[in-house]
Ligand binder design. Structure first.
Ligand code: HEM
Length: 426
C-alpha cells in the first residue's frame, strides 16, 4: 500500500468509500486538504483522517466528570493512557497470534524462525514502551485522581478483556492466578467478552506451542545423539569435581558454605534428572514445561553457537524478555496504585494494592522454566562434544537442506514442510 499521507494517484483497484466518516474539524488551512475533507463524493482520495478513522478515535475521550457537570482536568490523561494501552495490547495480541500461527504448523518450518523472532522482537519493543508509559500517570496527584475516581467506579482494569486474553494467549492457567475476594478473574467479564477470554484459555497457548516445538529439538532422540544421557553424565562429572574441590578446602567455614552450595546443586540436578520429581513440580505449578521440552530448551541453550540453534536460542531469550517486561508492568502498576489509592480497595472489588502485589510473582511468569534453566547450565569444559553426525545436523543452514528451496516441499532431514500456505499467511 502506498503511503496514505502522500498525495498522488490512487491505486487502480481502490474503491470509493462512501461512508461519511470524514473529519471536518481538523482544518489545517491547506486548500487541498480542506477540499478533501468536505465529502467523499467530491474527492475520493484517501485522507489522513479517513485512513486512521480519527473522527472516531479522537472523539472517544468522554470525560465522565464533564458529563456530570464538574470537569476534572486530569481525567483526560487518565482516559487517553488507558486507550493507548488498549491499542498497544491489540497490537501485541496481533503479533502473538501470528507467532502462534507460524509455530502451530505440526511440522514447523525452521526458516520461519527469522520472522517469528522479528515479530517477538517487535512485541518486546512495544512492551518496553508499555512498561514506561505508566509513569506519565504519576504526574497526576492522588488528590486529583480522587476528584473523578467516583465517576468511573465500579469500572476497573480488571475488566480489560485484552489484558486477560493476552495472559491466556501466553499460557497463563486459571489455577496459577491469585483470587480476589474469593472470586476468579473471570467474574469481572460477561457475555461475548467472557466467551472470548474462555476461548483464549482453551486454545493452544504460546507456552504449549513452544513446548511442542522444544520437544521436537533434533538430538533428543535416545537412539541417536541422546543428549539427555550425555548431559546427565557431564553434570555428574561436574558435581564430582565440585565435591572433590570442597573436600580439599582447609578453611572449615568456607568448606561448610561450599558444601551447602554443593548440596543445593545436587538437589536441583536430582529434580531435573528424576522425571517423577519434575512432573510433581509441574503439577504444583513450580515448573511449566514437560520434561522433554525442558531437555530441548537446555540442549539449545548449551549449544546455541551451532548455527541451527542460534535463532531458536534468540527466541527463548525473547520469551524471557517478554515475561520480564510483563512482570515490570505489574510492578510499575502496583507502585502507581499504592501511590494513588494507598490501601483502599479497588473499584473492581479487590483489596487493591495487596492483591496486585501478589500478582507480581513467579506464579505469573509463564516461561519461568527458561529463567531457572541457568541452574542447570554447565561450564563449557563439561559440555559433551557433539558427534560428527550431530555437528552436521546442527550446522545445516535454514532452508538449504537437500538442495532445492524453490520446490513446494523442502526436506529438512526427516522433516517435510509445505510452503504454499504458510508463505501466504505470514
Ligand atoms: C490511577 C491509576 C490506576 C489505578 C489507581 C489502578 C488501580 C487498579 C486496581 C486497584 C486494580 C485491582 C482491581 C480492582 O480491584 O479494581 C487494578 C487492576 C488492573 N489495572 Fe489498574 N489502575 C490504574 C491504572 C491502570 C492503567 C493505566 C492500566 C493500563 C491498562 C491498568 C490496567 C489494569 C489491569 C490490566 C488490571 C488487572 C490486573 C490483574 O488482575 O492482574 N490500570 N488497577
Amino acid at each position: 500500500m502506498s503511503c496514505p499521507f502522500m498525495s498522488g494517484p490512487r491505486p487502480k483497484n481502490a474503491t470509493t468509500n462512501n461512508n461519511n466518516n470524514r473529519d471536518v474539524s481538523g482544518g489545517s488551512g491547506d486548500a487541498d486538504k480542506s477540499a478533501a475533507a468536505t465529502s467523499d463524493d467530491e474527492n475520493p482520495a484517501m485522507h489522513y483522517h479517513k485512513y486512521l478513522h480519527l473522527d472516531k478515535v479522537l472523539k472517544s475521550q468522554v470525560l465522565e466528570s464533564e458529563q456530570q457537570g464538574c470537569k476534572v482536568h486530569d481525567e483526560h490523561l487518565f482516559i487517553i493512557i488507558h486507550q493507548v494501552y488498549e491499542l498497544w495490547f491489540k497490537q501485541i495480541l496481533y503479533e502473538i497470534d501470528s507467532v502462534c500461527t507460524l509455530f502451530s504448523r505440526v511440522q514447523h518450518d525452521e526458516r520461519k524462525q527469522l520472522v517469528i523472532n522479528q515479530r517477538m522482537g517487535r512485541v518486546i519493543s512495544i512492551m518496553k514502551i508499555v512498561v514506561e508509559q505508566i509513569h506519565i500517570l504519576e504526574t497526576m496527584t492522588p488528590m486529583d485522581f480522587l476528584e473523578f475516581r467516583t465517576f468511573l467506579a465500579p469500572a476497573s482494569g480488571f475488566e480489560s478483556q485484552q489484558f486477560r486474553i493476552l495472559e491466556n494467549r501466553l499460557g497463563m492457567k486459571p489455577e496459577w492466578r491469585v483470587k480476589y475476594a474469593q472470586k476468579n478473574y473471570e467474574h469481572a467479564h460477561h457475555g461475548a467478552r467472557l466467551a472470548e477470554i474462555k476461548q483464549a484459555e482453551i486454545e493452544p497457548s504460546l507456552l504449549s506451542i513452544v513446548q511442542q516445538w522444544l520437544e521436537r529439538t533434533p538430538g533428543l532422540e535416545r537412539d541417536c545423539f541422546n543428549f539427555w544421557d550425555k548431559f546427565q553424565a557431564a553434570a555428574n562429572d561436574m558435581m564430582s569435581d565440585m565435591l572433590r574441590d570442597v573436600e580439599e578446602l582447609e578453611d572449615e567455614h568456607q568448606k561448610e558454605a561450599m558444601m551447602q552450595e554443593y548440596n543445593i546443586a545436587k538437589e536441583s540436578f536430582a529434580s531435573v534428572f528424576d522425571v517423577e520429581k519434575h512432573n510433581n513440580m509441574v503439577s504444583r505449578g513450580d515448573r511449566r514445561f514437560s520434561h522433554k521440552a525442558l531437555q530441548g530448551a537446555l540442549f539449545i541453550s548449551l549449544y546455541r553457537d551451532e548455527s541451527r540453534f542460534s535463532q531458536p536460542f534468540q527466541f527463548l531469550t525473547l520469551l524471557m524478555d517478554l515475561d520480564s517486561l510483563m512482570m515490570k508492568w505489574r510492578l510499575n502498576h502496583v507502585q502507581l496504585v499504592q501511590r494513588m489509592i494507598g490501601s483502599r480497595p479497588g473499584t473492581g472489588g479487590s483489596s487493591g494494592y495487596m492483591y496486585l502485589k501478589a500478582t507480581a510473582s513467579d506464579r505469573y511468569k509463564v516461561f519461568v522454566d527458561l529463567f531457572n534453566l541457568s541452574t542447570f547450565l554447565l561450564p563449557r569444559k563439561y559440555i559433551p562434544t557433539l558427534t560428527s553426525d550431530m555437528k552436521r545436523r546442527l550446522s545445516i543452514p535454514y532452508g538449504k537442506v537437500n538442495g532445492n528451496v524453490g520446490n513446494l516441499h523442502v526436506h529438512v532431514e526427516s522433516l517435510s514442510v509445505s510452503l504454499t500456505e504458510t508463505d501466504h499467511e505470514v
